[in-house]
Design a protein. Structure first.
Length: 298
């Protein structure tokens, strides 16, 4: 990429009349190119740049490059960019640019000073909006359950580790709630997996609705959910949440014609365990005891 920019720079250094072979090469380049003076006034754009921004080529000449400024950039970002240009004579980075249609797009830009005597700057823009969106989607799916949108097991364990570390510093407690829906298999068998998936989505919303914003709600697997409750002062806070959660889960799902209940197990840091694995294991065992009681097995 660096050699490419140097090649384009050398072409501009030799630009003479517009009929020259160099001008034709730059004009035909697929790389969006814009030439400004040291004050940001646009002196030249090629077709690729005009097309990227959604403008006619002729309408951009004489305008200031701030025409493309986006409010998505941090305050003072563009001023800092120009400050670096005047100091270092180059810039590489990302910037939000507003196109003619009013939409904001994320660009990867390379800016190089190409005429030290007159201080002209060559801007090369590449639209990376969709690429970044895809990367964000991949990161999201790596840490979230695709059906419910809740945190998955990987993200849950990571947050539980951080919660334990924070609690150790602050002297607070951490609660881990393990929630398993009772007889959920019969829902899939009697109503089908589509209805089963819809029921899981309803349950995920209900569970989140009774939790605080800083609590982590995760789908641990299948019909199992887990909640990390941070900054606990005492056990009664956790017991109150479990009581509310139990009632919320048991509310009838009138549109589907059935209701569900849950077996819930709890573990707390530091009284029950000191590590994430210990807390998850203990909460799981306590949940399993509740499950046995639900089925009437003592």
């Amino acid at each position: 990429m660096t050699s490419f920019f140097r090649g384009i720079q050398s072409l501009f250094l030799f630009l003479i009349p517009q009929s020259s072979i160099y001008e034709q090469m730059v004009r035909a380049s697929n790389a969006p190119l814009c030439l400004t003076d040291s004050f940001g006034k646009i002196h030249y754009v090629n077709h690729a740049f005009a097309t990227l921004m959604g403008f006619a080529t002729s309408s951009l000449i004489g305008n200031h490059i701030s025409l493309f400024n986006s409010t998505k950039n941090e305050k003072g970002y563009c001023e800092q960019l120009w400050k670096q240009l005047h100091q270092d004579h180059s810039f590489n980075g990302k910037i939000w640019s507003q196109h003619k249609d009013g939409e904001d797009y994320l660009h990867l830009i390379n800016v190089t000073q190409i005429d030290t005597a007159n201080s002209y700057y060559l801007f090369t823009h590449f639209d990376i909006t969709e690429q970044v969106k895809l990367q964000e989607q991949y990161r999201y799916l790596a840490h979230h359950d695709p059906l419910t949108g809740l945190a998955n097991r990987i993200l849950l364990e990571d947050r539980l580790t951080h919660a334990i570390d924070n609690a150790a510093r602050t002297g607070k407690s951490v609660g881990v709630i393990f929630c398993d829906l009772n007889e959920f298999k019969s829902i899939n068998d009697d109503f089908g997996h589509l209805i089963g998936d819809q029921a899981l989505q309803v349950m995920s919303k209900r569970i989140k609705s009774v939790c605080r914003a800083n609590d982590t709600v995760a789908r641990f697997g299948g019909d199992e959910f887990m909640i990390i409750v941070e900054q606990l002062n005492n056990a009664s806070e956790l017991n109150q949440l479990i009581e509310v959660l139990t009632k919320k889960i048991a509310e009838p799902m009138e549109d589907m014609g059935f209701s569900l209940s849950a077996s819930i197990g709890v573990a707390t840091f530091p009284s029950d365990g000191m590590t994430k694995d210990q807390l998850i294991e203990i909460a799981d065992k306590n949940m399993y005891r509740k499950k046995i009681q639900f089925h009437g097995i003592e």
